[in-house]
Write a protein that binds this ligand. Structure first.
Ligand code: G3P
Length: 294
């Protein structure tokens, strides 16, 4: 069991309450959980239904999602359970907000996940005005994180922004640099946005998230088990991180940009091809659980 708790809150990145419970037994606590359509599609019970030929209607899929987060909710601490709205590239802010309002009522500790797109940002802006907690997902640029800050100013609870480290690494860019750059940019802010390091694939990513003082990290159970097997190491003062791709090649650094957090959020460049790709992947995984209409 972990005795020396890092300052970074630890969330399980998954869609299976039994897995969350196993992590809780292993570490002694779980601060929170993040879910998304791909992780829900992988839930063992949903997989079983699909394997038996019983695919779901959208309403049944929503009810399954609700059941899953309701089982996870009491297992986790104050970082809550992030629930993602179903959004494709045409989903409007209004539609996301309607879903978010409903999902927010599912459990007492919900955070609603919206993508870092123009419509996602608009939905987040309206949500925080209604005291709905939000987690802005699929963040791949410092500009998107600046827009999250500006759009959610005045929120009465912390807003999460989720930079996806591993997916930047996948294309040869050092994803940990994005976490570092966002943290640095927010030093000049009011502290209302917390950085949630996501798409964590290795213990090294996790240690670097601790070292950079990310407020939260969401971590697949597999990586948490590896961390436990290694004796729960924490980074020391001299910790150095060397990002490498799957072939061991060094990653390209992502440069810090001077951005003015006081600008209106619409002024920031929001488009990023990995955000678009990520939305398409979530849609495909979500649809894989659905009944095909004849
Ligand atoms: O937290 C985000 C995560 O679920 C995405 O991870 O490994 O699919 O990039 P990955």
């Amino acid at each position: 069991m972990l005795t020396n708790k890092p300052k970074t809150k630890i969330l399980v990145d998954g869609g299976d309450p039994n897995e969350t419970l196993r992590v809780k037994n292993l570490i002694g606590f779980v601060d929170g959980q993040t879910t998304n359509p791909s992780l829900i599609a992988k839930n063992p019970e949903i997989q079983q239904l699909i394997a038996s030929g019983h695919t779901l209607s959208p309403e049944e899929e929503k009810n399954e999602y609700k059941k899953i987060v309701q089982s996870i909710s009491p297992l986790v601490g104050d970082a809550g359970v992030s629930i993602e709205v179903f959004a494709d590239l045409n989903t409007t802010a209004k539609d996301m907000l309607v879903q978010g309002q409903e999902m927010f009522r599912w459990i007492p500790n919900a955070y609603i996940k919206y993508p870092c797109t123009h419509e996602g940002l608009r939905a987040a802006q309206m949500s925080v005005q209604k005291s709905i907690r939000v987690n802005m997902t699929l963040c791949f640029s410092q500009e998107q994180a600046a827009a999250v800050y500006a759009a959610t100013k005045g929120s009465n609870s912390p807003v999460y922004v989720s930079p996806f480290v591993g997916r930047l690494d996948d294309r040869g860019e050092d994803g940990m640099d994005l976490v570092r750059n966002i943290k640095k940019m927010y030093e000049r802010g009011d502290g209302h946005v917390h950085v949630l390091a996501a798409s964590i694939r290795t213990i090294n990513h996790l240690l670097c998230s601790f070292f950079l003082c990310a407020e939260l990290a969401t971590v697949p159970s597999k990586v948490l088990h590896e961390w436990a097997s290694a004796g729960f190491p924490l980074p020391d003062k001299g910790f150095t991180y060397k990002g490498a791709d799957a072939n061991g090649k060094p990653l390209k650094p992502i440069q810090y940009k001077e951005l003015d957090l006081n600008l209106p959020w619409e002024n920031f460049e929001l488009a990023h091809e990995l955000t678009t790709k990520g939305i398409k992947k979530f849609v495909a995984d979500y649809e894989s659980t659905l009944r095909r209409s004849a």
